[in-house]
Design a binder for this molecule. Sequence first.
Ligand SMILES: [Zn+2]
Length: 296
Amino acid sequence: MSNNEKLIKKARKFSIHEKMFQCPICGGAMKVERMASLECENGHCYDISRQGYVNLLKHSSKTKYDKALFEARRTISGSGFFGPMVEAVTTRLIQELKSQESVKPVRLLDAGCGEGSHLSAILRKLREQRMVPDVLGVGMDIAKEGVVTAAKTFPDPMWCVADLSQSPFADQQFDYILNILSPANYSEFRRLLMSDGMLVKVIPGSMYLQELRALLYTGTGKETYSNDGTMELFIRHFGRIEFEELRYRVILDSEQMKQLIHMTPLSWGISDELIERIPDGEMEVTADFTLLYGWI
Ligand SMILES: [Zn+2]
């Protein structure tokens, strides 16, 4: 397929769903023009890349997330570290979908999709379930490097580089929003969710990577972690909530451990010398997550 054909194929997908979008600058309605860009009624224009993503940031944004970080996250996803968490989220989504009275197409947004592996795995699992209706996946992240990797690796969802505080979607466009190990914006989540929609937020539990904390943070006061503040904020924004705790242990080799350190906010501000403290050979680490579900 030539580059031009690739672009047209990607643009067609955005064109089918163009009504979902709104201009992040002026809030105007958007249309796909010349099978090449999303444009608003006031002339703000966002090119569709041939990899299949649209950059909807007003200004390019410098984030702490670089290409190496997303490569590390992809390696760790491949190692199965997140497997049971992704499985639990999918199981809950399937349960919710099956409880719906009518079968209708479903739209799922991953807000903070990074390099796309969680969204892609969840979509694949949902589609394996014949009972589940048509699902459109949309991934959004402010870090362009993550979205570029996502678009190259997983062609199926629509990928957007965008700022969650001014997300480029019209009101009430999504049945489900995922927000996995990523910062929230509750007023935007409430605006984007359909009235019976559900937010799924995954946050680390207090024992998340406790072995790493013990190695890297001894004597710094950061050895322990609490998600109480995040929980409280979540509860305040929803009429109905449920939560679920999920804890399991994973064995990683020393190379995977180093990748894990590179992808986690834990490692920011940690010197190479400290990272050298990671012993060679395999190490068992704790994955501890709280899964929060919220309905407006
Ligand atoms: Zn505009």
